[in-house]
Ligand binder design. Structure first.
Ligand SMILES: C[S@@+](CC[C@H](N)C(=O)[O-])C[C@H]1O[C@@H](n2cnc3c(N)ncnc32)[C@H](O)[C@@H]1O
Length: 178
């Protein structure tokens, strides 16, 4: 948990391990100077993951890979009540593609699109999928607040996992997604 530059007090370590958050400190700490500008009057609403270090993308993907199959099963529960088959699936804010790959394992014949506005994440997602021989996911660099018009009504299932809290304007983003 500790690194050469950062440490977590001994008394807090147990709790942080339980919430699986500790891994984030060493990777996010270098971004705090930038984050401070968001609290200034004329500052940005936030900064995007696209500007993050590759280590952030790697850390998130690594953490998520432990649970991705279970997450997909849980997200599917309400969906399968309404849909008999899922042929076209869109994963919004896919990061480096951990959940997208779990969807691909679950639906190897589906046509899956996975989008993220982080170039680093998309590059990593493509690389990993090539290594794993996955051919039914198209990874694209897109901003989910402004998706291609021709995608309207295209997908049987749209998922957005662990993303909503990262968006500065949830309501408008959800209007676009709906
Ligand atoms: C916490 S990560 C979750 C990644 C992935 N869904 C997972 O569970 O492993 C949030 C992701 O949302 C992406 N994201 C945030 N805002 C976005 C936007 N407006 N358009 C596209 N992607 C966005 C970030 O780049 C990041 O990869």
């Amino acid at each position: 948990m500790d690194s050469d530059n950062y440490f977590v007090p001994e008394s807090l370590k147990a709790g942080l391990q339980e919430t699986q958050s500790a891994f984030f400190f060493p990777v996010l700490a270098p971004l705090t100077t930038k984050a401070k500008t968001c609290f200034m009057k004329e500052g940005p609403q936030g900064y995007d993951f696209g500007e993050a270090f590759p280590e952030v993308v790697d850390a998130m993907d690594e953490r998520m890979s432990l649970n991705a199959d279970m997450v997909v099963e849980q997200l599917l529960l309400p969906v399968t009540e309404f849909k008999e088959s899922l042929r076209t699936i869109l994963d919004l804010g896919s990061g480096a593609g951990c959940v997208s790959r779990a969807i691909s394992r679950r639906y190897p014949d589906a046509d899956i699109y996975a989008v993220d506005y982080s170039e680093i994440a998309i590059e990593k997602a493509i690389e990993t999928s090539e290594v794993q021989g996955i051919t039914n996911i198209t990874f694209l660099k897109e901003d989910l607040t402004s998706l291609p018009k021709e995608w309207t009504g295209k997908f049987d299932w749209v998922i957005m996992y662990d993303v909503l809290h990262d968006l500065p304007d949830h309501s408008n983003a959800m209007k676009e997604v709906m």
